[in-house]
Design a protein around this ligand. Sequence first.
Ligand SMILES: Nc1nc2c(ncn2[C@@H]2O[C@H](COP(=O)(O)OP(=O)(O)OP(=O)(O)O)[C@@H](O)[C@H]2O)c(=O)[nH]1
Length: 208
Amino acid sequence: IPLKINETHSPDMEANIVVLGTESVGKSALTVRLLTRRFIGEYGDIESIYSHSFILDGREVTLNIWDAPYSETPLFEKKVRWADGYVLIYSICDRASFNSVSRLVHTIKSTKDCPGADKTPIVIVGNKRDLHHRRTVLSEEGRLLALNADCHFYEVSAAENYHSVLMVFHGLVDRMKDAKPTAKRPLRFKGIVKSMSAVFARRRTDSF
Ligand SMILES: Nc1nc2c(ncn2[C@@H]2O[C@H](COP(=O)(O)OP(=O)(O)OP(=O)(O)O)[C@@H](O)[C@H]2O)c(=O)[nH]1
């Protein structure tokens, strides 16, 4: 079932999250880990908005998560208008992906015609922590970038660990709760649930 419309139930909090980063840093792995607690290895070129609900501090939170390839095209501005929060992800083994996150922070904060974009909460994530023997970006560099940009910072392994991935999204929700309301009016995708079965069906097909 690719789409399910749920119009009867409203969560206590609903927010749009855009996951951004260069190719192969683990955007899909991180998103799928949050949604299914699983790591499936290969994800293909899926661009999707997934809806995920959980209870945090006694309140039901629904996140609409846009797993998006990197681009600075007009679609990028659409994402900025839609987003209530960002997960910017790089691989600790890929210096270029780290540099890209650094540029992204600046691009997001300076996007024109979008009031409040500079205040939208951002979490910076260094992924593939399990590949520490191939590390080219120090933890301190990630931490410093986040500190200078007033963002949260996490190092995770989507491959090895569910809990650290969960902390990324909990951290972002905390920041969004504290963020002052702005004039920004994001598009709503309220209640749309994209089934993960597409991801798993694809994998089964690939293995033949
Ligand atoms: N060792 C390790 N591999 C990972 C980790 N996260 C993702 N990968 C691998 O990195 C590759 C890319 O992961 P994806 O999740 O497809 O990356 P992506 O950023 O969505 O890639 P694009 O959609 O091509 O932009 C895959 O082979 C994953 O199995 C991790 O934490 N550790």
